[in-house]
Design a protein around this ligand. Structure first.
Ligand code: SF4
Length: 380
C-alpha cells in the first residue's frame, strides 16, 4: 500500500521518516504550490478554510504519483477540522479516485491509543522497532524546530540573506536524509556554525522583534502564509513563534509530559482574564501567547489565520482588549486563495513603520510605553 499524507510546513520530514521506518511505502506529495491550491480549490466547497483546499490538492497530486492510501488526522471540537477527513474522502470518491482513507484520531495525552491506531495501518513490526522509529522521527522534529529557530535569529542579522535561506534549506534536506539519530544533531550544529560565519548586517542594530500567533497550519506552512517568516526576516525582523511541531506533539499527544520539550500548557493561564473557554483550534493559544509576548517585551504581534477560521475570529475579538491592557500592537492577517503578495508586503511594511515610529518617538523599546503612544495612521 503506497501511503500519503497532507503537508504542513516541514512536518513531512518527521512523518515520512516515521512511516518509512515502520515499513510503509510512502509517497510524499510535491511541495505545496499554485497548482496544489488550484486543484484543491477547484473541487472544494467555496467557503471552506484554506488548509482544507491545500490538503485536497496535496492528495490529488500524491495520487497522480501513485498513492493508494491517505493518512489523515481526525479531530473534534467547535471548528471544521473534525469534518476535514470525511468531506475530503467524499469529494475524492465523487471524483472517481480509488483509495483507502486512514483517519488517526489524535487523543490528547493518550499515546498508547494513538500507537494502536498506527498499528491498524497493517504494520507488522515489533514494538521495539516502533519505538525506534518514533525516536528517529522525534529527533527530526526537534531538528526542524531548531533550524526554523536559527532562521528566525539569523535571517534579519546577516547581509547575505539568500545564502542564509539556502543554508537552512540544505540543513532541512540533510535532516530528511538522516537514518541515524547521531547524524541529526551534527547536521543542525553544522548549519549553526555556518550561519554564524556569515557577515552581519551592521545597519540593523535596532532589531524589531515580532511574535507570531494564530492557526497552526497557517503558522507552519510557508505556502499558506505567503512565506511570511522569510518576508519578515528579510525586512530585518526577528520572529518569535511559540507554536512549533514539538510543542504540538508534546502538548497534544503527550499531555505536556516532556519537560525538555516546549509546552504551552502553563502559558494558557495567561489567556484567562480575556478568554476563559476553549474555542477550538488555537484560539486560546493565540490570546495566551499574545499576552506572553507583551510581557516578554516584544515590539508587536501578528495573528495569522485562514479567512473564516472560527477560533481565530473569536481570538481576534478579544485581542483588541489584550492590545490595550497588555500594551502591545497587534495586526491580524487572514489568508485565502485570493490573497496577493504585494498587498501582504504593503501591510507588513505599514505595521513595521508604525512600530519603528513608536520606538523612535518614545525612545523606549518597552512595549507598554510604545503602545500608549499615538497611532501613526489615525493619531489616536
Ligand atoms: S482551526 Fe480554523 S482553519 Fe483550522 S479547521 Fe478550524 S476553522 Fe478551519
Amino acid at each position: 500500500m503506497r501511503i500519503t499524507f497532507p503537508h504542513m510546513g516541514n512536518s513531512y520530514i518527521a512523518i515520512s521518516s516515521l512511516l518509512k521506518e515502520l515499513g510503509l511505502d510512502v509517497v510524499v506529495p510535491p511541495p505545496c504550490s499554485k497548482r496544489t491550491l488550484e486543484l484543491g480549490t477547484r473541487y472544494s466547497p467555496e467557503f471552506v478554510c484554506l488548509p482544507f483546499k491545500i490538503n485536497l490538492g496535496n492528495y490529488l497530486e500524491a495520487m497522480d504519483r501513485g498513492a493508494e492510501a491517505i493518512l489523515m488526522a481526525g479531530g473534534w471540537g467547535p471548528c471544521r477540522f473534525g469534518y476535514y477527513a470525511q468531506v475530503e474522502r467524499d469529494i475524492l470518491q465523487d471524483l472517481g479516485r480509488k483509495f483507502n482513507m486512514v483517519i488517526i484520531e489524535a487523543p490528547d495525552s493518550q499515546l498508547p491509543s494513538l500507537l494502536n491506531q498506527v498499528r491498524q495501518l497493517g504494520i507488522k513490526t515489533s514494538w521495539f522497532h516502533v519505538w525506534s522509529a518514533i525516536r528517529l522521527a522525534w529527533e527530526k522534529l526537534k531538528a526542524v524546530d531548531r533550524l526554523e529557530a536559527l532562521q528566525h535569529y539569523w535571517l534579519p542579522r546577516v547581509i547575505d540573506k539568500n545564502r542564509c535561506e539556502r543554508m537552512i534549506d540544505a540543513g532541512l534536506r540533510a535532516v530528511d536524509r538522516c537514518d541515524e539519530l547521531r547524524e541529526i544533531a551534527a547536521v543542525v550544529d553544522k548549519v549553526d556554525r555556518d550561519l554564524s560565519g556569515l557577515g552581519r548586517d551592521a545597519d540593523n542594530n535596532d532589531l524589531i522583534r515580532i511574535g507570531l500567533v494564530g492557526e497552526i497550519y497557517t503558522l507552519l506552512e510557508p505556502f499558506a502564509n505567503y512565506h511570511l517568516e522569510r518576508q519578515l526576516g528579510r525586512m530585518g525582523v526577528e520572529i518569535v513563534r511559540d507554536v512549533t511541531l514539538t510543542q504540538w506533539v508534546n502538548d497534544h499527544l503527550l499531555g505536556g509530559f516532556l519537560r525538555s520539550a516546549p509546552s504551552l500548557h502553563a502559558t494558557l493561564n495567561l489567556a484567562k482574564p480575556y478568554l476563559r473557554y476553549w474555542v477550538g483550534g488555537h484560539g486560546r493559544e493565540t490570546v495566551a501567547s499574545t499576552v506572553s509576548y507583551a510581557r516578554r517585551e516584544l515590539d508587536g504581534v501578528i495573528q495569522v489565520a485562514p479567512l473564516t477560521c472560527m477560533p481565530e475570529i473569536v481570538a481576534q475579538s478579544v485581542l483588541e482588549r489584550v492590545q490595550e491592557e497588555e500594551g502591545i500592537p497587534v495586526m491580524t492577517m487572514y489568508f485565502d486563495e485570493h490573497a496577493g503578495e504585494v498587498g501582504i508586503i504593503t501591510r507588513l511594511e505599514a505595521f513595521l513603520d508604525m512600530i519603528r515610529w513608536r520606538k523612535m518617538k518614545t525612545g523606549d523599546t518597552n512595549a507598554k510605553n510604545l503602545s500608549r503612544s499615538r497611532c501613526w495612521f489615525c493619531q489616536h
